[in-house]
Write a protein that binds this ligand. Structure first.
Ligand code: EPZ
Length: 417
């Protein structure tokens, strides 16, 4: 099992090139199933989740090739509609192939995606959308099968602005007969990125990025070439590292407007932030001021940055309150931070963080992908050498993570213990 060793206590300096967004490229890969032919996704990050999604498509008969940021996908000859269960259980995002398969072939089946460390993560809103479009759904023994002769446009209200449900329904509706309207849709930048690529493929989608998305179904779609947007969560994680160590970083290949909820909070804790057209310059504060954080669907503070901010707020003069409203169990990292001396008490969906003067190095676990980034931030702040297990979690969402950390001055080693 690979572990990361980090010796904390030094300031980080330098430049970081931000990779393409994991949470955008995964639905983009799924969307190529809507057409036959060869699509190309540029600036694709080399991540284990991307490799898993490509394996899912290959099991369906597609061909994929990754070469230096360029992902080529040939979806001409699909010969299956069921990905292997172990891949679906490994990565929830594989459920995003459901909508495209249903739209292209009229059927799809797979093991039900499991929950994970951060919550039950149901799929009821995805299924509500598919049923509204005319699909029949059968669920039993941990398995789901759906089919439809022809999808027909419908008006669908999402009880929660689910990112995945919005994406799945938008993809299915692209080839449905007539008009589909998604009310209370998710606004995340990744939704807009997907709508942009679907538009290049010939889909007719209006309103992506707002509460209401209108899709006029078309009879067929064609392959596309599309560049993934930069990863706002990777960028946010590095901004937190600069703030945590009082360092100075320049992030390149970012869209600053996607990071406003985070940069606003980092300014409140005392960081100095300047934004360029596609870059962000941050100077960490000498002393971190407490702030209150409440995670919300975009454009609110992103839940995927909650763990990283919690790590940052453990060392400051004062008390911060972090409230998680998106997932029901996303404070697993608090117990790991306590091992390093943090003073965190959980009260329902809120955590009360009483700042301490410093953290002590410890052996900690990455309970999920973003908690892993939070452990790195805490280790960079702590006195001594910390050991972080679960590098495989981190590699799911951070391309070239260890190299990027070394380049900005993190004293880091990989141990295969
Ligand atoms: C996406 O997950 C992201 N993953 C997550 O990032 C992110 O945390 C999440 O959106 C919220 O922003 C990808 O894009 C691959 P949701 P998704 O459907 O689509 C409930 C990371 O670390 N819900 O918006 O699964 C659900 O239980 C990952 O990169 C239903 O109730 O998130 C949760 O409480 C973690 N019914 C809330 O909505 C449904 O049918 C948000 O889920 C679907 C969701």
């Amino acid at each position: 099992m690979k572990k990361i060793l980090i010796e904390g206590g030094n300031r980080l300096f330098g430049e970081v090139h931000i990779s393409g967004a994991k949470n955008s490229v995964l639905p983009l890969i799924a969307a190529t199933l809507l057409t036959d032919g060869v699509s190309i996704i540029d600036d694709c990050p080399y991540l284990s989740d991307v490799r898993t999604m490509c394996l899912v498509l290959e099991h369906l008969g597609a061909k994929t090739h990754f070469d230096n940021g360029e992902l080529i996908l040939d979806t001409s000859n699909l010969d299956a509609v069921e990905p292997p269960g172990e891949l679906v259980r490994k990565m929830r995002a594989s459920f995003l192939i459901m909508g495209p398969l249903l739209a292209r072939t009229g059927k799809a089946q797979m093991s039900l995606p499991g929950g994970c460390a951060i919550g039950a993560r149901p799929i009821d809103l995805h299924l509500k959308g598919f049923e509204a479009l005319g699909a029949e759904i059968n669920i039993g023994h941990g398995f789901i099968e759906t089919h439809a002769d022809k999808l027909k446009g419908a008006r669908i209200y999402l009880d929660f602005p689910s990112v995945g449900a919005t994406e799945n329904i938008m993809m299915a509706a692209s080839l449905a007969e007539g008009t589909t309207i998604i009310d209370n849709a998710a606004h995340e930048p990744e939704i807009i990125d997907l709508a942009n690529m679907l538009g290049v493929m010939g889909a007719n989608i209006k309103g992506a990025g707002t509460n209401t998305i209108r899709i006029e179904g078309v009879s067929s779609l064609k392959p596309a070439r599309h560049t993934v947007i930069p990863d706002r969560i990777e960028a946010g994680s590095f901004l937190c590292m600069a703030a945590a160590t009082g360092g100075e970083l320049i992030l390149n290949n970012v869209l600053p407007e996607h990071l406003q909820p985070l940069t606003a909070k980092l300014s409140e804790i005392g960081a100095t932030i300047e934004t360029g057209f596609d870059s962000i310059h941050i100077l960490g504060p000498e002393e971190i001021s407490p702030v209150d954080i409440k995670t919300l669907p975009y454009p609110g503070f992103p839940t995927d940055m909650q763990a990283q901010m919690m790590a940052l707020l453990t060392v400051c003069k004062g008390t911060s309150i972090v409230t998680e409203t998106v997932f029901e169990n996303r404070f697993m990292h608090a117990a790991e931070l306590r091992k390093m001396g943090a003073d965190i008490r959980i009260k329902g969906s809120s955590s009360v963080i009483n700042g301490v003067s410093h953290l002590e190095a410890a052996s900690v676990e990455s309970t999920d992908l973003r908690a892993g980034a939070a452990m790195v931030i805490a280790a960079q702040m702590a006195k001594g050498i910390s050991e972080i297990s679960g590098l495989h979690h981190i590699e799911r969402g951070y391309e070239g993570f260890v190299e990027k950390l070394e380049k900005i001055g993190t004293r880091i080693w990989i141990a295969d213990i």
